[in-house]
Design a protein around this ligand. Structure first.
Ligand code: MN
Length: 477
């Protein structure tokens, strides 16, 4: 063919004439195409495919194509696919290779700047992806994909590692409607922020502990979010047989470390993540947005699954919600100022908690021996809190609310903390008291604070492994 066309070729300058040339490479006549398919296989990933010499050269990218040059993502080189695959979207039947939903996440054309066995540099012209990317081989089938251009969105910021949760002040009643408030049910569980990126969820407790492995049923929320990057605020709750959040139940899920134990307890005490705030979305902080706007954006995510929910909230008086919460056996309601920003780590007056009964976290500072068969073992706990001057204040003794098993557990936890000296700086615990280093935090329910600053008829509700002792202060009147 080359010979036959030699004369034809020799007579023409194909840089000048629009006539087709014999050797004009395909890529100059037709732009090469790329596609990124979101693939909900057993493990969510994005398939990145470049059309080249009649096939789609392909990589599977578990966390998706990075939008930010600061983050390189793993890209696993996989077998070439036929060019017709570029339009494929649909369901691969379960049990088949790569079973699961495939959708087209982005498509467009690209130019090649470099192409070798270990490095592929391209400029993408898609809807979502625009700019220069490089894929480079690190080890066997493992490559990395890196964005070389600045982020498409110049305002885009990398997702923060950690935001401290905002806290609420205790109020004795629903606030007066002088400024507009929104109301939510108060969930009795474990506060957790969820950091979701590349379809993966990271759950952080209030004290900054990564509790992701402890709640496997929440991990699938990452799939539901696909490539959206968000930080959510919410509460992990366990529902009792009547469908009410039970703090006693969720204690069984706290502090577990072995994977087999987590799996076993997950079947007995499943949890639900109750989401009530959105703090970050796709490279942008929402902390300064008003509460009502954050709730609107949260609703857009339509987060509702087997183990995660976005419970309703309402504007208005709040009294009806408080009554409904009492009727349903819930702890109370949260009132949040509609125009308030999110204040990380602050116990702000813009958020109020109104409880149906008094609840308070306290630090265990010692114990009193029990009677009868409990001789030699704890029969009551001595509890306290820290005042404004960081002095440890004695708040009374608590002798009810725990099972024998819980008392055994408390005895074991207190043993290594034993000390001769009273940890209390203020107040006078009983003479026969045994003391411990004030490390263990637990939650108690009580009728009220007495005028002398003691708890009236307190009962033990559960340990709070998620709260640091030094942060325990007296709430409300
Ligand atoms: Mn795939």
């Amino acid at each position: 063919m080359a010979k036959k066309l030699a004369e034809y070729e020799a007579k023409r300058d194909f840089k000048q004439t629009p006539e087709p040339g014999a050797k004009v490479p395909r890529k100059e006549t037709k732009a090469s195409r790329f596609v990124v398919q979101e693939h909900h296989a057993r493990s969510l990933h994005w398939d990145f495919r470049l059309e080249r010499y009649g096939v789609l050269v392909s990589w599977a990218v578990p966390k998706g194509v990075p939008a930010d040059p600061k983050k390189n993502h793993l890209a696993v080189h996989v077998e070439d696919h036929p060019v017709s695959y570029i339009d494929f979207a649909g369901e691969i039947p379960a049990g088949e290779y790569g079973g699961g939903q495939v959708s087209i996440w982005d498509r467009g054309t690209y130019e090649t700047e470099k192409w070798s066995d270990r490095e592929v540099m391209v400029v993408l012209h898609g809807k979502r992806l625009q700019g220069r990317y490089v894929l480079f081989r690190t080890n066997g089938k493992n490559w990395m994909i890196h964005r070389m251009d600045p982020p498409l969105d110049p305002e885009r910021k990398p997702m923060p590692e950690r935001i401290e949760p905002m806290m609420a002040k205790l109020a004795t009643a629903i606030p007066k409607p002088e400024s507009p408030w929104g109301f939510e049910f108060k969930w009795d569980g474990i506060r957790a922020l969820a950091y979701v990126e590349g379809g993966r969820v990271r759950l952080m407790s209030r004290s900054g502990e990564d509790v992701t492995p402890r709640y496997p049923e929440i991990h699938a929320m990452g799939r539901a979010l696909g490539s959206s990057e968000v930080i959510l605020d919410g509460e992990v709750v366990a529902l009792d047989e009547k469908g009410r959040p039970s703090f006693e139940e969720i204690q069984q899920r706290m502090g577990l470390t072995s994977e087999s134990e987590v799996r076993r307890k997950m079947k007995l005490v499943p949890v639900t993540y109750m989401i009530f705030d959105l703090l970050w979305r796709d490279g942008h902080s929402l902390l300064t947005y008003p509460y009502a706007e954050r709730r609107r954006l949260l609703a857009e995510l339509k987060l509702s699954g087997a183990s995660w929910q976005t419970p309703p909230w309402e504007k208005g008086g709040g009294q009806a919600m408080l009554e409904a919460s009492a009727k349903s056996g819930l702890e109370g309601v949260m009132a949040k100022k509609l125009d308030s920003r999110y204040e990380p780590g602050r116990r702000s007056g813009a958020w109020l908690k109104v409880k149906n009964r008094n609840r308070q976290e306290l630090v265990i500072g010692g114990w009193l021996e029990g009677e009868g068969k409990r001789r030699g073992y704890p029969g009551a706990l001595l509890v306290g809190y820290y005042d404004k001057d960081k002095k440890f204040v004695y708040a009374g003794k608590v002798g009810t609310g725990f099972s024998d098993a819980m008392l055994e557990k408390l005895a074991a936890l207190m043993k290594p903390l034993e000390q001769a000296k009273s940890p209390f700086d203020v107040g006078s615990p009983p003479k026969a008291s045994r003391f411990v280093e004030p490390k263990l935090v637990a939650e108690f329910e009580f009728v009220e604070w007495t005028r002398s600053g003691q708890l009236r008829t307190p009962s033990f509700k559960g340990l709070r492994a998620d709260k640091p002792a030094s942060k325990v202060v007296r709430e409300g009147g």
